[in-house]
Design a protein around this ligand. Structure first.
Ligand code: PRX
Length: 671
């Protein structure tokens, strides 16, 4: 792979793994040029948070009315208000301000379909035109400021148009990933009381067409708030359209009386921009609320700093827009900065496992952001799929969603990046709105497997169980001590859970739910969730939600779901199921249960293993001891810990034996 420039040194630290020095910044092109500069900015940012964020919000966004108070907050209530009194609109910031200048004819969106010859490119002017027409169309079907619009769409450009059209009206978009089942869509529509939903007839995946509207119809059987269903024709599938409720997107948009302008509604900084559901430690998904002024400031800031965004960059975030990563770094971040964003409908292995690299070469992608799970899959396919491509356009590589182990890190860095460009391992969450802990490309020396240090403005810390600060190398709770503009503003209609989940455990701090440790250089090493959340291929699942799905099956008496270490997925879903007394543990039932959970939650929640058990380890008060089950599935059977609370000791041996039989591996093999 040809590579020029880049005087990168690889130095071996005596105690630690290799440290990779950042490339020398090319003059003014780096936002933060070196480590000393990062440290100075970081220190200053925390000394005066309001000044730091006030400057960012002013520089990065266009406000129709300036704010009167930069920050007002109280983590105990909790209440968080950024830029109070300020007014702005998201789509104006993503579009209008660019089309009045030199970027009018710049490509805003490059779309690559699953079929290779299916591509579209829209300039800022073209995107503006479509967004305005769509906003008018949505208004015509009754969408108003504050209404919730659920988007259940594949990765097609209409997704971006619909999002921005909602924001133009002041409506709240609620994306539901197209891989979720009808039942999952239904519960989200019910929770947010959506007035309108936008979906597609079907979607392309690896050359196949998969129906989507049929799921939506199933979901809508019990969603009385939904008045209109807008359907994008993506796959030319025969589709049932319900009279007076359903309308094709193309018919809606073909209305020639639709105005190609739409005066954007000016929103208060704290007005709700979107809701995105994510899994927590309870059975019910949480509607994470993000604000207009704060979220947009944070999306633009992190996009600029972490990817060192340049005006002529082609940025490609491979995450689906149905997840927070796609929201912030597929759509809002790049468009706020007037950049060019790539959107890809397909996956990395179809038609061949070179698809990512072929696209990078085809569009000369400069900044590339993906998940370790995708990289792990591609490593398995062999280097020859990558070696044939010229990837020299790449300038920054990014990783997100789960820990990237050193082996994956090295392949990504050395093979994809030619060992010559920075790899930013970015830690953040749906709730944080944007990247929190990450290297800066020209400033931070890299240690494979570490997300390195918090961004300027982010006061990250590690606390022991008793709330005192953890020392070097100690595993502890990752918390954020001060508010930042992109942070969650609430859980939709559940103020109590908002407080309890994030602000109760350590008063005065935001609790991430993740464990981490810090080394002697202040680098953070993420260790995974400390609550009952599993991270499968970078996607979050609540074990409680999955248990509820299992328990709803007529054959199941009780269940317990835990994460099992998995080579490709990071973690895989492992379910222990106790059947009702008159049920037989057959392979057919196992297959039925697998199908059942896929239908209840979605194909992404397919359990890797379902183990039938005659009994589950419980405390004397009847609570399932999940810690023991986690140890069993990860092969740590010699470290089961204190078992005195256990009511039936024989249960453990039977569980271990069956686990070994099922996985075909001894504990040592799984560990
Ligand atoms: O456990 C952390 C893990 O993903 C969780 C957040 O998931 P979600 O809200 O779906 O957002 C994913 C995309 C931001 C975190 O609590 N996680 C995310 N990034 C990393 C990570 N774990 C380790 N290293 C990361 N870089």
């Amino acid at each position: 792979m040809p590579r020029t420039g880049g005087s990168r040194k690889k130095t071996k630290d005596a105690k630690q793994a290799a440290i990779f020095q950042p490339p020398a910044s090319k003059g003014a092109k780096a936002y933060v040029k070196n480590l000393a500069e990062y440290e100075a900015i970081y220190k200053k940012s925390l000394e005066n948070l309001e000044k730091f964020w006030g400057e960012r919000a002013k520089q990065l966004l266009t406000w129709s009315k300036p704010w009167t108070k930069t920050l007002d907050y109280d983590f105990d209530e909790p209440r968080i208000e950024w830029f109070a009194g300020g007014k702005l609109n998201a789509s104006v910031n993503c579009l209008d301000r660019h089309i009045v200048g030199a970027r009018r004819n710049k490509v805003a969106l490059i779309w690559q379909g699953d079929p290779e010859d299916d591509t579209r490119m829209w300039t800022y002017q073209m995107l503006y035109d479509r967004v305005c027409r769509c906003a008018n169309a949505l208004k015509n079907v009754g969408v108003r400021k504050g209404d919730r619009v659920v988007l259940y769409l594949p990765m097609i450009p209409e997704m971006v148009v619909a999002m921005l059209a909602c924001t133009r009206i002041g409506a709240v978009h609620v994306q539901v990933f197209a891989g979720f089942s009808a039942a999952s869509v239904q519960s989200r529509i019910q929770d947010c009381e959506a007035k309108v939903v936008i979906t597609a007839d079907g979607l392309f995946r690896a050359g196949r067409v998969i129906p989507l509207k049929a799921n939506m119809d199933e979901a809508l059987k019990d969603c009385p708030t939904v008045r209109r269903v807008i359907v994008v024709n993506r796959a030319n599938m025969s589709t049932t359209m319900k009279e007076r409720r359903d309308i094709w997107w193309r018919d809606l948009m073909a209305d020639r009386s639709l105005n190609a302008n739409f005066p954007a509604v000016q929103m208060d900084a704290e007005d709700l921009l979107f809701i995105l559901y994510t899994s927590g430690s309870t059975g019910k998904p949480k509607g994470v609320m993000h604000s207009t002024g704060g979220y947009l400031t944070y999306a633009a800031y992190t996009m600029q700093y972490v990817f060192n965004h340049r005006d002529d960059d082609v940025h490609w975030c491979t995450a689906d827009v149905g997840w927070i990563t796609g929201h912030t770094y597929g759509v809002y971040g790049p468009l706020l900065l007037g950049g060019t964003t790539m959107m890809f409908e397909g996956g990395p292995r179809w038609p061949d496992p070179d698809r990512f690299w072929q696209i990078v070469e085809k569009y000369r992608v400069n900044t590339f952001y993906t998940a370790p799970t995708a990289i792990r899959t591609l490593i398995r396919e062999g280097d020859e799929w990558l070696d044939r491509y010229d990837l020299s356009s790449l300038r920054v590589l990014g990783s997100v969603g789960e820990p990237i182990g050193p082996e994956t890190w090295h392949w990504y860095h050395d093979k994809v990046g030619g060992g010559a460009i920075p790899l930013v391992d970015t830690w953040w969450q749906t709730e944080t709105g944007g990247i929190m802990i990450s290297p800066l490309p020209y400033a931070t020396p890299l240690k494979p497997g570490s997300a390195t240090r918090p961004l300027p403005g982010i006061d990250a810390d590690l606390l022991r169980e008793d709330g005192t600060q953890a020392g070097v190398g100690e595993e502890a709770h990752l918390v954020i001590r001060k508010p930042w503009p992109g942070m969650i503003r609430g859980i939709f209609r559940d103020a109590e859970k908002f407080k309890e989940n994030y602000f109760s455990r350590f008063p005065g701090c935001y609790l991430s739910g993740d464990g981490a440790k810090r080394d002697e250089d202040g680098y953070f090493w993420l260790l995974g969730r400390l609550d009952d959340v599993i991270n499968v291929s970078g996607h979050r699942f609540s074990t409680a939600e999955m248990e509820a799905a299992f328990n709803a099956h007529p054959a199941v008496a009780e269940s317990s779901v835990v994460g099992m270490p998995h080579q490709l997925k990071g973690e895989a879903i492992y379910a222990f199921v106790r059947l009702n007394v008159d049920e037989k543990a057959t392979e057919q039932l196992r297959a039925d249960l697998r199908k059942w959970v896929r239908r209840e939650i979605g194909p992404i929640a397919t359990p890797e293993y379902i183990q039938f058990a005659d009994s589950l380890p419980k405390t004397r008060s009847g609570k399932i001891i999940r810690r023991i089950l986690r140890k069993i599935v990860s092969g740590q059977v010699d470290e089961l810990g204190d078992l005195t609370a256990l009511s039936d000791h024989g249960v453990i041996d039977r569980l271990i034996e069956e686990c070994e039989r099922l996985t075909g591996m001894s504990a040592i093999g799984r560990a």
